[in-house]
Design a protein. Sequence first.
Length: 233
Amino acid sequence: MQKLIADKEDTEQVFHIIESLNGRSFEKNFHAFAASDEGQALLSKKEYLPPLLDDHDWIRALPDGTVGRAYVDFMEREGLTAQGLVEESEKFKGAMRDFDDDYRWYGNRLRDTHDLFHVLSGYGRDALGEASLLAFTYSQNPGKGVIFISFMGTRQIMKSVPKEARVMDCFREGKRNGSAASRIVREDIIALLHEPLEAARARLNIATPVAYLNALDVCADMGIGADQIQIAA
């Protein structure tokens, strides 16, 4: 956690923390997924997402305002690729990666949809956005490692921003919004990319992150841009 606080882009540490703290939550989440009709349909296909998500040409051909167009705009603006997250995860070889089975496919799916969660939830890649998104993710796919990172990150951010930003409200809001929303990991991701973004948010019951946006506004009013919000060491 200290390494992650020192460099929020050191994604490898996320995988260490999650495997250390999650216990059997991954298996529980997988079995709930596999027991659902949507999960069974997705497991029958076992679609591998990174090449599809990194082929921006076909996604760019989708209409303005779709989830897909918002996704490629986000990824290109941030200089990200789905394959890049794959490569980060491969630096850490957890026990799950010893077997090419349904568990591994499901773990890959959780990883490969992370940036799509940003787009759908409205949380940015600034430090507070990442911490808030992990709280959202925890409610979608519970695990003590994820909520530990989220809480500790939010707690450290509190030290570097005005108290009027009420950043702990962002943590609580992330948990609440993630709990209220439909389980995104059970969605047909390619079909989802074709949907209008606002219609998809409404269908999935994803609420606007009001506390997060307010925190950004408070910081901006005091001369602190989103990219200047830091996880204090």
